[in-house]
Design a binder for this molecule. Sequence first.
Ligand SMILES: [Zn+2]
Ligand SMILES: [Zn+2]
Length: 622
Amino acid sequence: MTVGEVLRGDRPSLARDILAAKVNGVPVDLSAVLTENAVVEPLTFASPEGREVYRHSSTHIMAQAVKEVFPSVQVTIGPALEEGFYYDFAFERPFTPEDLEKIEARALEIIKADRPFTRMDMPRQQGVGFFKERGEAYKVEIIEHFDDPMVSLYDQGGFIDLCRGPHLPSTGRVGAFKLLSTGGAYWRGDERNPMLQRIYGTSFPTKAELDAHLAKLEEIKRRDHRKLGKELDLITIQDEVGPGLVLWHPKGALVRLLIENFWREQHLKQGYELVYSPHVARLDLWKTSGHVDYYRENMFVPMNVEGSEYQLKPMNCPFHIMIYKSHLRSYRDLPIRYGELGTVYRYERTGVLHGLLRVRGFTQDDAHLFCRPDQIEHEVSRVLDFTFFMLKTFGFSEFEVYVSTRPDKAVGSPEKWAQATGALEAALKGRGVAYQIDPGEGVFYGPKIDIKIKDVLGRAWQCSTVQVDFNNPERFDLSYTGEDGKAHQPIMIHRALLGSIERFFGILVEHYAGAFPTWLAPVQAKILPITDKQRDYADSILARLRSSGARAEIDGRNEKIGFKIREAEKAKIPYMVVVGDREMESGTVSVRGRSGSNLGTMPVEGMVDLLNKDIAKTMQPA
Ligand SMILES: [Zn+2]
Ligand SMILES: [Zn+2]
């Protein structure tokens, strides 16, 4: 009996929803034969594993279509993604939009033909021969790296691909299918290898689900911080300056300043001491910290200064450690909390750079806490409260929290790990925060808590991290004098609340689609005189708004009022203050919100009040 027969027998009405199955926890095709008593579970589109089978089968369909339209391509690999799939092809040129249309049309025919996916198992060497004969050099290379004596191939009617499976029973099970975009990718992600041509696509059971997904992709494009960054004149990244290096234009810089001011103010309130450290330092510092051994590929090459090597800093930690070490410390001094908006430089490969989200120079909202082992839980609890307060203030209210535990390669005794991991979990439980365990995903030097925020489109972004470190206190020989008069080693906690200012700013731009809450808006009110006649009156309003602390500007250009309003709306300015003869005579202003709402005519003092109340409101956590 096949797995499919067993499952369909149990649930005839759901037969069409069942895509594949798990037998004793292992994903298999529905056509797999059941040879023993086993636990059989159906996989449907509702589960991540079911979706993976669905998208993964879809990418085989795309590969077949590409091979049929362009017989000279060689196939490489094609994994499922969370919301779709891609496949990398060796082809002499990038695929064009017209190519995609042809490929998509062909794929739809393959789906319509409802060809079964048939599995064939063969000895590895035979598999090598099979793909050699067909000129598929990449597949040959993949198989040659396998350890298994057997390999599996899947036939979907004329197109045979190397794959572990499982797949859908047939191509016709794909409901709605769409190719989305193309790109380049190096074979095995290595820039020394040939460039391949990648095609992205997605598939869903119904057209309605696909349409909803496409609408979301459009919304993501509309909110793209690289596009809005340019349109709103916030930031640029220019090739003449260097990839991954950010220029903050006045409006973006102002938002950054507001974020940083708020950050510093709150850190002082929370009992942190703020420090500054240099951007370069002796390489020896990073030899001691272990970065030269463990992190070198992400560091810029050192520079030689007067015969010794200096390094552009990839991390702030060693500097804070050296400040700690500059005095003798007693148990009474702990905890010590050093905070710094510290700019670091990391060598990220060109291919992974992405707007503000992945850059080469960025400012961590960094802090290092030095404490006694018995203080970990309390300190972590405080950091958690602080983190949620900060993130909520910036408008995020949904979080995903992970605790990463001891990896195979780790420093510090299992007892130390157990105590620190226990302290992290206790802090989360004490705060009533739900979390998941990421087994073995801790950094080699200690366990950590990672917090992801969910943006308005439901996308999760990793921002905050709290990491316990047993390693650096040892390497830098840190100590404090205990109550017993003897030297003890402090625990170090690395933490960032926003992650990096650049990345957080990029996330903020996308979360708000550039329409920052009033307290963060670079320009909060734009005064729009209808003609030159009201210019003096407009100037007096500007002076009044500025004296109340508001960020206001005048659009004094000789343009139609409708045009000025549209421009201010496009610039996403929260308030437009329109003044004509009527307003001037009565000492009032007409106020519009950026969403086009008419807030009415009010005295100038009413406008000042409105603005101040709005600013105060948005300074509170959402
Ligand atoms: Zn496959
Ligand atoms: Zn650190």
